[in-house]
Design a protein around this ligand. Structure first.
Ligand code: ATP
Length: 334
């Protein structure tokens, strides 16, 4: 399937951020669902909003879309403050939040027609073509005239996505768009997201499944129990590469690695170290900004008389990092 041709409408004075929040908070009675988050979503990014079920993603998105008022804090969407109403910017935002209510006895196309007709910014002259394009874009072209009660859950999810695509958008906000989709459908949504981003649309996409959206995101934020525990470019979030050296000469190895500009993280003397293998103690050193030629590290170690029995370059996975940040509850396995 392919995305319909789209151009983002021109924005007012442009901030570099499509979404910005400061201390955004939502309490339900004594429960704090969203605890003072500071989000910074760059324009043009594909921003993954990640966190386990119940961590506050939907509540945050509902605040951003003006569906529920914050208890405190501020937020701007496409430069407009949500406290003064997001009505002005909503025509520039396509949202898929909580699965829209479709009428089961109408076809997919007829449901989109109702949807579009209710949008006072949507020109009726192009409606039929836009609906056909949106249905094609989500792979429902062949099921356009089928009644929605005969749609699978995944097809309904796609129809919701099509609803967000009826007009050109500057920002797409998608709450768990891969829910209910099979692996093929998930891949298709990912490729759609990529094509929107290529066209200049900022995509803010929530998921509790890291693996599903990791490949398509340029940035991510991680929510845990309502709090933002990490945010940034994906490669920054994953953490630094490090080398692992197994050697009986740990002290000498540490000295050489330090001389090369690596930061030795742990030595066998550290209580918490992954202390040893059968072949000897383990020395870990992060590569950081050292700019060291890793191919030369073993040479240098051996040249200094260090007996190297194991050597590896390790790139921590995002999954490891997110599990560490959010606890064991983060469903990363799909
Ligand atoms: N209207 C409400 N009244 C009371 N509590 C609510 C309400 N909406 C959400 N909550 C609570 O706020 C917390 C965050 O829920 P939210 O739906 O935002 O999380 P989520 O990360 O989107 O999770 P999920 O992926 O399961 O939807 C949950 O504990 C939820 O029970």
């Amino acid at each position: 399937m392919s995305a319909p041709e789209r151009t983002a409408p021109s924005a007012e004075p442009t901030s570099a951020l499509a979404i910005e929040t400061r201390g955004l908070t939502k309490r339900f009675g004594s429960q704090t669902a969203v605890a003072g988050i500071d989000l910074a979503v760059p324009r043009g990014s594909v921003f993954g909003f990640l966190g386990p079920n119940g961590s506050g993603k939907t509540t945050s998105i509902r605040m951003l879309m003006g569906l529920v008022a914050p208890s405190s804090g501020e937020a701007q969407v496409l430069g407009s403050d949500i406290s003064t109403g997001v009505g002005d910017v909503l025509p520039r935002v396509g949202a898929l939040v909580e699965g829209p209510a479709f009428l089961p006895f109408l076809s997919g196309a007829a449901n989109l027609n109702r949807f579009d007709a209710a949008d006072r910014w949507a020109p009726s002259a192009t409606r039929r073509r836009r609906i056909a394009d949106a249905l094609d874009a989500v792979g429902l072209g062949a099921a356009a005239s089928k009644k929605v009660h005969a749609y699978s859950l995944g097809m309904k999810q796609r129809l919701g996505l099509a609803g967000a695509l009826l007009m050109p958008r500057e920002l797409l906000v998608l709450d768990e768009p891969t829910n209910g989709l099979d692996p093929q459908g998930t891949r298709e949504v990912r490729s759609l997201i990529r094509s929107f981003a290529d066209g200049g649309t900022t995509v803010f996409v929530s998921s509790h499944l890291l693996a599903e959206i990791e490949q398509v995101c340029s940035h991510a934020a991680v929510l845990s129990a309502g709090a933002l525990v990490a945010q940034g470019r994906l490669e920054e979030l994953a953490g630094e590469a490090r080398v692992r050296v197994v050697t009986p000469d740990a002290a000498a190895a540490s000295t050489v690695l330090t001389q090369l500009g690596l930061a030795v993280q742990t030595t066998p003397a550290d209580a918490a170290a992954p202390v040893a293998t059968d072949a000897g103690p383990v020395v870990l050193a992060s590569v950081g900004e050292s700019g060291v030629d890793l191919d030369r590290v073993v040479d240098r170690l051996v040249g200094a008389g260090v007996r190297v029995r194991g050597f590896a370059l390790e790139q921590p996975s995002l999954e490891d990092r997110f599990v560490a940040l959010t606890g064991a509850g983060f469903d990363v396995d799909h």
